[in-house]
Design a protein around this ligand. Sequence first.
Ligand code: KG4
Ligand code: ZN
Length: 340
Amino acid sequence: MIVLAIETSCDETAAAVVQGGREILSSVVSSQIAIHAAYGGVVPEIASRKHLESIVPVINQALDDAGVGMGDLEGVAVTRGPGLSGALLVGFSVAKAIAAARKIPYVGVHHIEGHLFAPLLEQPVAFPFLALVVSGGHTHLYHVEGFGHYTTLGRTIDDAAGEAYDKCAKIMGMPYPGGVLIDRMAQSGNPDAIRLPRPLLRDGTCNFSFSGLKTAVLQHLQKHPVTLPGQEADDLCASFQEAVCHVLAAKTEAAIRQTGAARLVVAGGVACNSGLRSRMKELCGKAGVELFIPHPLLCGDNAAMLAVPGDYYLTNGFASQRSLDVTATWDMDLIKESMK
Ligand code: KG4
Ligand code: ZN
């Protein structure tokens, strides 16, 4: 099936053409980051308006790059949620309009389903697998038995890992989104320089908490201000990264023990992080678990990833109704109910 995939849940307008749910014919991502950076974070109203401006050119570019026309499309996969409602509505309305005009099916996909299946665009991953999804809005451990069959093993009880990175960067005076900048500076810093907390490390669950870590960074900076760039700032970034990666790895290890998983997928924007990537390789090497982390281009928000579950749903009779609406929040564990 040739599927057009569309993603507008936050600050990236993205479209892709994917064949058979695996082969990327094109993938276009238009980022609004530079616009939102001036406000220190994503402004929902601006995001919706920018999606409106970009969505048609981005889709046309994806079709051109793939060398296909509207008439070649056999289905549409689009992010239905979670995300900013106004932003989601732009992509969702366009997806429905294309499906109606071309008389082809469309399916509304969970944004995180896209993230956790991104590795399948590069290589096969057999079910079941354990998935750690780390993004700006999510830090979740899922047991994945098949498309649509997800069980949450653990989740953040406050900030997501990406949110913690971005907030810590902001406190240090870096522009939004600072996750990638902290990662870069951490590489020249000493991870043992500053002792930061490891929240919920020994609570016996697979849950996470990152808001206390952000507070600890703030309190450290009040006593020991740092200037950018500089060795002290690099040390703080390295110590912060060490704390985040330590907790992510420890909880993932607990989930591997709990499920006996043979495969681990790490996905979402924070899966670009160099510290996390090497920590996960080390963990999986020791535990004898096969590790799948997508190329950084497929870790951040993109539309191609949505076509993986999208193609499955469309070819297995799970197309969405025309009356379906977007949803700002959506529990992944509830999807299996709709597949009975
Ligand atoms: O998955 P994503 O692109 O969008 C959401 O669905 O949220 O993730 C974006 C998040 C941001 O918080 C960003 O700072 C973080 O991923 N991120 C990183 C890195 N690259 C992106 N965090 C730490 N290290 C990185 N290298
Ligand atoms: Zn995302």
